[in-house]
Design a protein around this ligand. Structure first.
Ligand SMILES: Cc1cc2nc3c(=O)[nH]c(=O)nc-3n(C[C@H](O)[C@H](O)[C@H](O)COP(=O)(O)OP(=O)(O)OC[C@H]3O[C@@H](n4cnc5c(N)ncnc54)[C@H](O)[C@@H]3O)c2cc1C
Length: 396
């Protein structure tokens, strides 16, 4: 069977539509004062979502019954890269983290009643959500098995107690998906209204990135009462569902950040063509030209790794190994690209004269969240030592 790198006509059409939409409707809003250190305000988010809705581009990943285009993972790779071209693009299309990953998880695991209550308003961008997993020491961070938040049975309810941090979007979210340990069955996911008594958003953490609505919150659960009907899936299957969410979710981060790195590269390449030093455009100095060439090679490698992993997911595989591999490749390649762009732009690279400094600051955390590079390398190495031969041509 031949390998076909050509995109189907409907995806090429979608790609062109999103590209034009981002250029005409979203990039002009990048300097809007409603872009704050803790992400776009709710008001700006609404305005962005309204534009995407009018263009027929809101939530393209969800099923048609929830108003989406039911995109495959390969389809998402194409669409989300285009959305990522602006720091506001993923929010506009309602494909930003953590809502996009949460919608994916709800589609896969939630009951019909839970979907009506939470997935439908998420898909229409009427509400936001957060995913509460990471805890301060001695709780779980890189090592999820250290989960310390507890869920104790109390009749037909659970009482949740514990603390989480780095919870993206917590401030202003309507829904929390909470990972907690039950005494008898272990890690379990719970759905909770963020306004329920027993949830306290203590504070927003200051952070390098500014692209996620609601910033990153420190959250405390004090006897949060959750009915057993609000368990997501089955009690004790929390880690199983985390894999259902994390593998595609870390890949969609790769897709969006690839778009962001491509934007930085376009800005830097334009500067390298126009700015002269020592008698010629700086791009014609080998030191700068080689940085542009390295950027293109990194962007290409990142895109190939993403599309391959998306193809594996579309075959119905969980793609745990492939998504780990791709996450390291893309988070590190895009980081190299954007860092070179800062250098090519000279002093402007670290100012807000161009979008590149903002992308640089937004991107840094991607080598840490959804698994630091070291943890993915650790997992990949463990599989290699167990005999996996992922480097061979017939082993995706
Ligand atoms: C911007 C941002 C957004 C986030 N959003 C969310 C969210 O919405 N919900 C949520 O639950 N969490 C979120 N997180 C948390 C994120 O998933 C964690 O930061 C990440 O899992 C690492 O955990 P930690 O910070 O506790 O690092 P630690 O576990 O303390 O690890 C620190 C460092 O130790 C090293 N390390 C750890 N294990 C190994 C190993 N096996 N081999 C080699 N080195 C190792 C790595 O370099 C790692 O960076 C977010 C984080 C950030 C920065």
């Amino acid at each position: 069977m031949a390998i076909d790198f050509e995109l189907p006509a409907d995806l090429r059409d979608l790609q062109a539509r999103i590209r034009a939409f981002i250029a005409a409707e979203i990039i002009p809003l990048e300097r809007d004062p409603r872009c704050t250190p803790h992400g776009p305000t709710e008001d700006l988010k609404r305005a962005l979502n309204d534009r995407a809705r009018a263009a027929g581009l809101l939530s393209p990943h969800v099923a048609r019954e929830y108003g989406g285009l039911a995109l495959s993972h390969v389809g998402r790779a194409v669409a989300f890269e285009e959305a990522g071209y602006s720091p506001l693009g993923p929010v506009a299309l309602n494909v930003a983290a953590p809502d996009e990953g949460n919608m994916h998880l709800l589609e896969a695991v939630a009951t019909p009643a839970q979907k009506e209550r939470w997935l439908r308003p998420l898909a229409t961008a009427t509400i936001r959500s957060c995913f509460c997993m990471t805890e301060p020491a001695p709780g779980s961070g890189s090592d999820p098995s250290m989960l310390a938040t507890t869920a104790t049975r109390d009749g037909d309810h659970f009482l949740i107690n514990g603390g989480k941090w780095f919870i993206t979007g917590a401030d202003g979210a309507a829904l929390a998906i909470v990972m907690a340990n039950t005494e008898d069955a272990g890690a379990t996911m719970f759905l909770s209204d963020m306004n329920a008594p027993g949830i306290v958003v203590e504070r927003s953490m200051g952070s390098l990135d500014t692209c996620f609505p609601g910033g990153h919150g420190v959250v405390r659960f004090e006897d949060l009462r959750v009915p057993a009907t609000d368990v997501l899936g089955e009690v004790g299957k929390g880690f199983e569902y985390a894999q259902v969410r994390l593998s595609p979710a870390r890949l969609t981060h790769c897709m969006r950040w690839l778009g962001a790195a491509r934007r930085a590269h376009d800005v830097a390449a334009d500067y390298a063509r126009k700015r002269t030093a020592f008698g010629k455009p700086i791009g014609e100095h080998e030191g700068v030209g080689f940085m542009l060439a390295d950027n293109e090679m990194d962007l290409h490698m990142a895109r190939l790794a993403i599309r391959h992993c998306a193809w594996v997911l579309d075959r119905g595989d969980l793609a745990l190994h492939e998504s780990s591999r791709t996450k390291v490749i893309v988070s590190e390649a895009t980081w190299r690209v954007v860092d070179r762009c800062v250098q090519i732009l000279g002093g402007q690279g670290v100012t807000d004269e161009t979008i590149v400094a903002r992308i640089f600051a937004d991107l840094r955390a991607f080598r840490i969240y959804d698994g630091p590079s070291e943890v993915h390398r650790y997992s990949i190495a463990k599989r290699i030592l167990r005999g996996r031969r992922g480097h061979e041509p017939d082993q995706h």
